[in-house]
Design a protein around this ligand. Structure first.
Ligand SMILES: [Zn+2]
Length: 608
């Protein structure tokens, strides 16, 4: 066989293309050049396996002439049309499927064919009859009836005749195919028994789907021609207008969605026959008659619009009254607490989130602002409300305030500046002695960790931070020059490294310090989130201007670090910008022979 295909070369391709043309499939020019016979004797199309050398042998072709004849005259319609589709798309656009023995029409042994026919005939008839009944059902509402050229329609009408029966055969499986309608059944080639699970069997479900699809498209066209989509859009506009200043029952919002989705479903032709009726966008149409449908949708819309509803203005008034009565006082309490928090505390994610939720709710209350979603849910701030009365509003406001208080309480250790907090609030927030969460957490340690990380040392994890603060003599500290940092040994003898690690981890959990993983080993490295860095700057140098100024300085310092402009950093440090000094110190430690150590020394001498 290897030799056979090789000897024939171009003739193999010629025979295959002639076979396609004989079936009325015109081949684009240049098609022949896309085929190649490989060294192993396989036929390739676009360098993908199309026909393996041993397939022809399975079919009993031993001579070159037999192979050519097979390709020219025996390829199944299905396989031929697949190859044709590949050739009609550009090379690489559509991948060819490997052709097997089952893709060639062949004659099985006489006795096998005789055994197969009665079973084939009975099953084909049953398939056709059921399909015909289904077509009757599905096209009942459509005056035009099913299209003549559809495959499933032809199959429903086909009456199998022995002379229409063709076979494809590979020694294990024998496919019986009705050449009139393409109905296919698989049989075992050895005993001629039907193989019910074989994927090549024609599927009744698929044929029904095709009919349902055709009928749905036909109905869509009919309804569109009758102007139903435009009518539905008009009704949808009416409902929308009625909803504008009112809150209605959920049914109304659902009905609006039905009007919208049925209108667009009809335009897209996506109506389907399901079970015993027409369905479009999961809505069951009560009829297929355009006149009836127009009446039906008009009547339902009228019904829906007559359902009880509440004017929004009345509800807004409830909000405003509650705000003036008691809401404002609760909010003022929250505001007082918030303004007493240090900038770092305000920057903590949990604190920020809970405060923001409360602020939005309070703002909406004071302005009487209600947002209604497409599902008819009512939102005041971030809160979804089912009822509008003073009691409900008070309950929500209290819940939001407690959440904010709790967030503050749980993060007390991170930067509440004691002197600014009214004693009344402080007493409520501080955990009682011996109570859980009352462990000692030195604010100085927290600030020092922040200072250290604000200097942006490279690749520092929690244990390294703790080692630096504890003044460790470990190699990983001294090798990277961390023992030259200002924070080095700040808490030597006061805290163990383990205690310091615990503080750092708590800061990570609170969102005050962020973590990331770098390098091939996924080393865990700590850094300050932007919000915290900004807050830190304003709390460390509170006499300096606004956050915007600080932000500009952070950017300037970061640029200077990137460019190794140590002179610029020194200048910023002289102006009292602490992070610049820290960065300069880090640079001095990392490049001891560079310019940074000299500048740092000058700076510190000046300070003395
Ligand atoms: Zn048939």
């Amino acid at each position: 066989m290897v030799k056979v295909l090789h000897q024939m070369g171009a003739r193999v391709v010629g025979a295959l293309l002639a076979g396609l043309q004989a079936k009325g499939l015109s081949v684009p020019p240049g098609s022949a050049g896309r085929f190649r016979v490989s060294k192993k004797g396989n036929l390739l199309l676009d360098e993908k396996l199309l026909l393996a050398s041993d397939t022809a042998r399975t079919l009993g072709c031993e001579t070159p002439e037999a192979v050519l004849e097979l390709l020219r005259s025996s390829l199944s319609d299905e396989a031929a049309s697949e190859i044709h589709q590949v050739l009609c798309s550009p090379p690489g656009g559509k991948e060819p499927r490997q052709i097997t023995a089952l893709d060639f029409v062949a004659k099985p042994p006489e006795e096998l064919a005789e055994k197969i026919w009665p079973v084939f005939e009975a099953k084909h008839m049953a398939h056709s009859q059921e399909l015909a009944a289904y077509a009757e059902e599905v096209f009942r509402d459509l005056p035009a009836g099913p299209p003549e050229n559809a495959r499933a329609v032809a199959r429903a009408r086909c009456r199998p005749k022995p002379e229409d029966l063709t076979f494809r055969y590979d020694g294990a499986v024998c496919l019986a195919v009705c050449s009139a309608c393409g109905f296919t059944l698989a049989f075992s080639a050895s005993v001629g028994r039907h193989l019910p699970g074989h994927p090549k069997n024609s599927s009744l479900g698929q044929d029904k789907d095709e009919l349902s699809d055709l009928a749905g498209k036909a109905l869509s066209r009919r309804l569109a021609e009758a102007g139903l989509p435009g009518k539905l859009e008009g009704l949808a506009r009416e409902v929308k207008a009625a909803l504008a200043e009112r809150i209605c029952l959920p049914e109304v919002y659902r009905w609006l969605k039905v009007l919208d989705s049925v209108a667009s479903g009809i335009q897209k032709g996506s109506i389907r026959w399901q079970g015993s009726g027409w369905v479009v966008a999961s809505f069951s149409l009560p009829s297929a008659d355009p006149t009836y449908l127009v009446e039906y949708f008009e009547r339902r819309t009228k019904e829906v619009l007559s359902l009880p509803s509440t004017p929004l203005e009345g509800l807004r008034e409830v909000l405003r009254r509650f705000w003036e009565g008691s809401g404002r006082k609760v909010w003022e309490k929250a505001e007082a607490l918030h303004s007493a928090l240090s900038p770092i505390m305000k920057a903590l994610p949990e604190v920020r989130r809970s405060y923001e939720n409360m602020r939005r709710f309070a703002e909406a209350l004071s302005e009487g602002r209600i947002r209604v979603t497409g599902e008819g849910q009512c939102f005041v701030g971030n809160e979804c409300l089912k009822q509008f009365d003073g009691q409900t509003l008070a309950r929500i406001l209290d819940r939001l305030f407690s959440a904010f208080e709790r967030a503050v309480q749980q993060n007390m250790a991170f930067g509440l500046s004691d002197e600014q907090v009214p004693a009344e609030i402080l007493n409520r927030l501080l955990p009682a002695p011996g109570q859980k969460g009352g462990e000692k957490l030195d604010r100085e340690v927290v600030l020092e960790v922040l200072r250290l990380l604000a200097a942006r040392p490279k690749k520092m994890g929690a244990t390294t931070v703790a080692a630096v603060l504890a003044g460790s003599r470990a190699k990983k500290v001294s090798d990277r020059g961390f023992d030259k940092l200002p924070s080095f040994g700040r808490f030597k003898g006061l805290y163990t490294q383990q205690e310091l690690v615990r503080v750092v981890e708590r800061m990570v959990r609170a969102g005050l310090v962020a973590e990331t993983y770098v390098g091939v080993h996924g080393l865990r490295v700590l850094y300050l989130p932007r919000e915290v860095e900004k807050a830190l700057l304003s709390s460390l140098s509170s006499e300096e201007g606004t956050l915007e100024v600080e932000d500009a300085r952070v950017k300037r310092a970061a640029r200077a670090i990137q460019k190794h402009s140590w002179g610029e950093l020194a200048e910023m440090a002289r102006d009292g910008f602490f992070p610049a000094e820290a960065a300069l110190a880090a640079a001095a430690a990392l490049w001891p022979s560079g310019k940074a150590p000299k500048l740092l020394k000058e700076l510190r001498t000046q300070k003395l």
